[in-house]
Design a protein around this ligand. Structure first.
Ligand code: NAD
Ligand code: ZN
Ligand code: ZN
Length: 388
């Protein structure tokens, strides 16, 4: 099959690779119909995730048609079109029983924190991902969801990560009626967090970024206020000015370890690697939220150390909430929101790229060229070629 292949930082290409095979009776093999590139893939692409091995296939956001099932998979049959959450989870461990699928204890040998994730280095289990023609799906009797016939495949693929992650980010903010919510990052996750914040009763939503076309998009798509941080001196003072000098009720980090905006953080976090990525947004969030407010974090950081103003968080009495999203938990509710027209995820897709041109897609998305918000890869043998 054709599959995306990691060759080292900033170098990816498509290559032939052996087709995946059933390795366990609970596996399925899926023929990929759609596969997105995510902001999380950029951390891999930029060489920031430890133990990202040459030859790995990335891709944790995919849909596909079942080609083959293992002997213990009874609820899926060949030909079913499924969406596959980015979390690989067993469904039965201590954490899965509590619907913390992102923290499954059985799918990642390094499972001190995160469970298995498709195409996300050996620190997340070393599974090959979905930027390929075929993928092996473990725990296929539990993890995938059959795409309902009235759900568009392009909406379905956004339900594998970006939308549920944005939704969970807002949910972890504990938003109350009328709250002012500040979201850092106008990428797909931040855009969906903004939409979700309204659904949860926010009275005001403000999105911060420095990429103009993304701010323009989110302003219109999520009907929110926007702040270009290049035009702001001190972020915390700016947010306080906007909120009667109290600060926001909720701040949400949808940026993570590659934050721009502070030269010292960039130097120590991204280039010298003295901390696990630039903690700029953590500073901005903790310092911009009001006393007693909540900071919700879904932006990804490395597993080690970050210089974070924890003293301010304590003195202000903040609630800090964070996690990898537990995708499966949110699907029933999100599918209802899509059906009712309250969420239109596929409108954020800006680029549909043949899998063969995966290197261009990474370059475009990473460098924020051509108005790119969300690129979707379409493999040459995708069972759903039409784009509607
Ligand atoms: P993306 O790269 O498309 O978007 C990130 C945005 O942040 C960009 O538009 C960038 O310009 C902006 N940005 C950079 N520095 C900033 C700053 N200081 N303040 C405000 N904005 C800033 O990525 P995405 O796909 O939207 O993902 C966002 C983050 O969420 C990534 O870190 C990704 O790894 C993470 N993520 C987490 C989960 C989870 O389950 N926790 C799931 C998916 C993605
Ligand atoms: Zn993702
Ligand atoms: Zn589990």
């Amino acid at each position: 099959m054709l599959a995306m292949n990691y060759r080292g930082p900033y170098r990816v290409r498509v290559q032939q690779k052996p087709d995946p095979v059933i390795e366990h009776p609970r596996d399925a093999i899926v023929r990929v119909s759609r596969s997105c590139i995510c902001g999380s893939d950029l951390h891999l692409y930029h060489g920031l995730v430890p133990d990202t091995r040459v030859g790995t296939t990335f891709g944790h956001e995919f849909t596909g048609v079942v080609e083959e099932v293992g002997s213990e998979v009874r609820n899926l049959k060949v030909g079913d079109h499924v969406l596959v959450p980015f979390n690989i989870f067993c469904g039965t461990c201590y954490f899965c029983q509590r619907e913390l699928y992102g923290n499954c204890h059985d799918t990642n040998p390094e499972a001190t924190a995160v469970g298995g994730i498709y195409g996300y280095s050996h620190t997340a289990g070393g599974y090959d991902g979905g930027q390929a023609e075929f993928v092996r799906v473990p725990f296929a009797d539990i993890d995938p969801t059959i795409i309902p016939p009235d759900l568009h495949v392009d909406d379905a693929v956004l339900l594998t990560d970006a939308l549920p992650t944005g939704y969970q980010a807002a949910e972890m903010g504990g938003i109350e009626e009328g709250d002012t919510v500040v979201i850092f990052g106008a990428g797909p996750v931040g855009i969906f967090a903004a939409k979700s914040a309204w659904l949860m009763g926010a009275g005001r939503v403000i999105v911060v970024d420095h990429v103009e076309y993304r701010l323009d998009f989110v302003r219109q798509y999520a009907q929110c206020e926007v702040v270009d941080f290049r035009r702001v001196g001190d972020m915390a003072i700016h947010i306080k000015k906007m909120t009667d000098w109290l600060g926001a009720d909720v701040c949400i980090d949808c940026v993570g370890c590659e934050a721009a905006g502070n030269a010292m953080q960039q130097l120590t976090g991204r280039y010298l690697k003295l901390q696990a990525g630039a903690a700029t947004v953590l500073h901005w969030a903790i310092n911009s939220v009001r006393k007693g407010g909540t900071v919700s974090i879904v932006g990804v950081y490395g597993p080690t150390f970050n210089a974070v103003p924890i003293g301010n968080a304590i003195n202000k009495g903040l609630t800090l909430r964070m996690n990898q999203a537990s995708v499966k938990r949110h699907l029933p509710r999100l599918i209802e929101h899509i059906r009712a027209g309250r969420l239109e995820p596929r409108r954020i897709i800006t680029h549909r790229v043949p899998l063969e041109e995966v290197a261009d897609a990474y370059h475009l998305f990473s460098s924020k060229l051509d108005g790119c918000i969300k690129p979707v890869l379409i493999p040459p043998r995708s069972p759903v070629m039409e784009t509607f």
